[in-house]
Design a protein around this ligand. Structure first.
Ligand SMILES: CC(C)(COP(=O)(O)OP(=O)(O)OC[C@H]1O[C@@H](n2cnc3c(N)ncnc32)[C@H](O)[C@@H]1OP(=O)(O)O)[C@@H](O)C(=O)NCCC(=O)NCCS
Length: 183
């Protein structure tokens, strides 16, 4: 049975990196990229550990192996992970419901990925349900961004309840900036 939980040790962080490698845009072919989705950002164990020290990420485990993850990245991590600086810069200029976005209590879902064999099972929704369960008292909502080329991920996020706030481009891609207001 799948265990929906939060990270507790380094082995799990390493397993997250393994799953990440398997789904990196440069490690899969064009058809897989278009149909299954892909991840762009590469973390390392040190960054994951420091993110974890601030707030543990949500994972799904099957028989002791991480088969899905949805990372928690607090805004305090901004300096920790420079590839996401364009995202945070974009946040600085955004408004939500007539107030500056940065006035709200939110965190970033840093990356979501599900092992191929566990897709189309409802696990995606469960990962986010767990986020809500753990973090809804401390935060108003979750932000994240998804490549506009990743239609599978965009559809799944929309189903959970994410809305698009804006779209912008940086040197890596064009991103849909999305927000899930779980109140
Ligand atoms: C993006 C990703 C996390 C989405 O997870 P998923 O399990 O594939 O997504 P879904 O839950 O939407 O499942 C895909 C389809 O199965 C359907 N489905 C979901 N749960 C189901 C269930 N229990 N039974 C039958 N079908 C189901 C969904 O409705 C969806 O249908 P659609 O494509 O017609 O909309 C996953 O595909 C993935 O890890 N891809 C590679 C990495 C990636 O793209 N990460 C996101 C970066 S932003």
């Amino acid at each position: 049975m799948l265990d929906l939980t939060t990270v507790v040790d380094t082995v799990e962080l390493e397993q997250i990196l393994t799953l990440q490698q398997q789904n990196l845009v440069q490690n899969i072919d064009e058809i897989e990229m278009q149909t299954q989705g892909f991840v762009t950002m590469i973390h390392n164990i040190d960054v994951l550990q420091r993110m974890h020290d601030l707030a543990p990420s949500v994972i799904a485990k099957d028989n002791g192996r991480v088969v899905g993850y949805a990372l928690v990245m607090l805004r305090e991590c901004r300096e920790l992970f420079p590839p996401l600086e364009p995202m945070f810069k974009n946040f600085d200029n955004l408004e939500y419901r007539d107030r500056p976005l940065n006035d709200y209590r939110f965190y970033v879902m840093g990356q979501v990925c599900i092992d191929k064999q566990y897709r189309r099972t409802g696990l995606f929704d469960q990962l986010y349900k767990k986020h809500k369960e753990i973090y809804e008292n401390r935060f108003d909502f979750i932000m994240t961004e998804v490549s506009t080329r990743n239609q599978r991920s965009l559809r799944a996020h929309e189903r959970v309840g994410f809305e698009i706030l804006n779209t912008y481009s940086d040197e890596l891609d064009e991103w849909a900036v999305i927000l899930w207001n779980w109140k």
